[in-house]
Design a protein around this ligand. Structure first.
Ligand SMILES: Nc1ncnc2c1ncn2[C@@H]1O[C@H](COP(=O)(O)OP(=O)(O)O)[C@@H](O)[C@H]1O
Ligand SMILES: [Mg+2]
Length: 257
């Protein structure tokens, strides 16, 4: 199989996020069971696992939307802190802010961060260009196609130069053609900006298409079952025998818990 070893992969890479002994209970319900792993700087990491295993919970812990029970999450060597770190979020139900134009959607997060006016304008122009929406800057989301709206959301999130972009099954509800298109967009922007991305999905094919590395979670309570380095070059082909091998391997790994 075209998968590298962890040692080679991790060599000389800076650690962006370190998750140590992370455990999460909702009342008596154990959802995350002593999770340990690192996310490397500039990495595109996919996290896969069955529905209900705790993927969204995990992301919410990472962003500090919900308290963790025990353990720690450090970003750049310091406890994850929304006031300190730029962590951007793309939720399961993706939408642009309906009452703001395309450009104001992109400006939104920059204004929240109180960046200087010129910097806001500079970044907004750049993101409009990167996602190809300069001509549509004055449109409202309801005037756009679904794929254009998704691009607005991507632009809004990348605009803040996130230390970490967390995406929770962002394309789960979309038809296959649109999903393929947006996966390619994500790859392109990720490369151009060098961001660190953690992408959650229950779609194994999507993970193998995107990821440099895949973390496989067990059913609830989630532990890290295995990690797979996907050493295939981009752009990847779904029908490439090597692609199929990795996909089947991950599928089996999830099945045989
Ligand atoms: N706020 C909550 N209170 C209690 N239980 C919850 C809460 N959120 C999620 N759960 C439970 O935790 C488990 C994991 O949920 P979730 O993280 O949404 O899984 P996934 O995103 O992998 O589908 C599920 O059993 C779910 O019912
Ligand atoms: Mg979820």
């Amino acid at each position: 199989m075209q998968t590298g070893t962890k040692g080679t992969y991790a060599k000389n890479r800076a650690i962006k996020v370190r998750v140590s002994n992370l455990t999460k209970y909702y009342g008596d319900l154990l959802v995350l069971d002593n999770i340990n792993f690192d996310i490397y700087k500039g990495e595109l990491l996919c996290i896969v696992g069955p529905t209900g295993c705790g993927k969204t919970t995990f992301l919410n812990c990472l962003s500090r939307f919900i308290p963790i029970t025990t353990g720690s999450i450090d970003v750049d060597g310091q406890p994850a802190d929304p006031r300190l770190h730029n962590i951007a979020f793309v939720f399961q139900e993706v939408s642009a802010i309906p009452w703001l134009t395309v450009e104001d959607n992109i400006r939104f997060g920059l204004r929240v961060k109180r960046l200087p006016h010129e910097e806001i304008e500079r970044r907004t122009e750049r993101m409009l260009e990167i996602v190809g929406l300069t001509r549509y800057r004055a449109y409202y989301p309801q005037q756009l196609s679904a794929s254009m709206e998704q691009r607005v959301v991507i632009a809004r999130n990348f605009a803040i130069n996130p230390d970490l972009l967390l995406m929770d099954e962002p394309y789960g509800q979309l038809d296959v053609k649109l999903r393929y298109y947006l996966e390619d967009e994500l790859m392109r922007i990720w490369r151009e900006l060098g961001s660190t991305v953690a992408f959650i999905t229950h779609n194994i094919e999507e993970a193998v298409y995107l990821a440099e590395r895949i973390l496989i979670l067990s059913p609830k309570p989630a532990t890290i079952k295995e990690e797979v380095i996907v050493a295939l070059p981009h752009p990847r082909q779904y029908d490439d025998p090597e692609f199929v091998k990795v996909r089947d391997y991950v599928t089996e790994s999830i099945k045989w818990w």
